[in-house]
Write a protein that binds this ligand. Sequence first.
Ligand SMILES: NC(=O)c1ccc[n+]([C@@H]2O[C@H](COP(=O)([O-])OP(=O)(O)OC[C@H]3O[C@@H](n4cnc5c(N)ncnc54)[C@H](O)[C@@H]3O)[C@@H](O)[C@H]2O)c1
Length: 308
Amino acid sequence: MARKISIIGAGMTGATTAHWLAERELADLVLVDVVKGLPQGKSLDLLEAMPVIGKDVRVIGSNDYAATDGSDIVVITAGLPRKPGMSREDLLNTNADIVKKATEETLKRSPNAIYIILTNPLDTMCYVTMKVGGLPRERVIGQAGILDSARMRAFVALELGVSVENVACYVLGGHGDSMVPLTRHSNVAGVPLNEMLPADKLAAIVDRTRKGGGEIVALLKQGSAFYAPSAAIAQMAESIIKNKNLILPCSIYLQGEYGLKDIFFGVPAQLGSTGLVKVIEYKLNNEEKAMVEKSAVEVKESISALKL
Ligand SMILES: NC(=O)c1ccc[n+]([C@@H]2O[C@H](COP(=O)([O-])OP(=O)(O)OC[C@H]3O[C@@H](n4cnc5c(N)ncnc54)[C@H](O)[C@@H]3O)[C@@H](O)[C@H]2O)c1
C-alpha cells in the first residue's frame, strides 16, 4: 500500500511542501485547508503535473479531515504567517488554537502518525502538538534548523563561489533571532569556516542568517518564505519514510541534552522510520553555551505564554 502524507494548511508552505514531496515520489499526498476549494484546486493542479514529471503520486485536497485517515506523516503548516514588523511570538495563541485542532482531528484518524510541525512560533507549536496529542517526543519534530542552516550554507557558497554541496553549516537553538549558528563546527569541504572566511565576512553571514526570515518577509510584503522551509520538510519526510537516518537540525523536545529540559529546541537529530532516533550532542565552548542558554530563555518564555 502506498505511504500517505497529509499536509494541514494548503497555503504557500503547505502547497510547496506537496510540490517538493511529489517530486520525490515518497507517498500519496493529502492537502487540507479551511478555505473552500483551495486544497482541492491546488491538489488537482499538482496531480495534473504528475504525468509531466513522470511520478505516480495521488494528490487529493479536502476541507474535511476524513481525507487524512491512515496517514504515516502529518505535516502541520496551518496558521497565519508573519506580517512585516510582526514577531513570531505575536502569532502565538491564534496559531496554538489552529495547531491544537489540526492535531486532535488528525491524530484520531492516524493514531500512529509522525508529526512534522512548521507553524510559528515553531518550537512552541511543537509543544502544543506533543501535549494536546499526548505523544512521545519521538513523534513530534519541528522544522526550523534545516532552513536556518541552509540559509547560512547558501550565503557561504555565494561568498566563496563554491558548490552548496561542499558547505556544511550547523545552526542550533530556538527558531528566532537568538538562533545559534555554530561557526566553529561549520566547514567547507572539511576546512573550518573561520579559516575560509575573514572574521568580518563570517560575522556578516551569521547576522544575515539570524535575520534571514525577516529579510524575506520585508521583500515579499505579504507572507513569508516558503520554498526553502518546505524543501526542508520534504527532506525530513524522506528520512522518515525511507528510514535514511539522516542527521538534520530539527526542533526536538529535550530531556537533558545540552543541559536543557522540557522545551523544544533546535538540535541535530537523527530521523528514521520511528521519527526521532537520537539527539546528537556537540561539545560546546562557554561562548556557545551562553548563546544556547539565551536562546532557550526565549523559547521558555514563549511556552509559558501559551494558553492551552
Ligand atoms: N518553521 C519555519 O521555518 C517556518 C517557515 C515558513 C513559514 N512558517 C510558518 O508556517 C505557517 C504557514 O505559513 P504559510 O506561508 O504557508 O502561510 P499561508 O497563509 O500561505 O498558509 C496558511 C494556510 O493555513 C490555512 N489555515 C488557517 N487556519 C486553518 C485551520 N484551522 N485549519 C486548516 N488550515 C488552516 C489558511 O487558510 C492558509 O491557507 C505560518 O505560521 C508561518 O509563520 C514557519
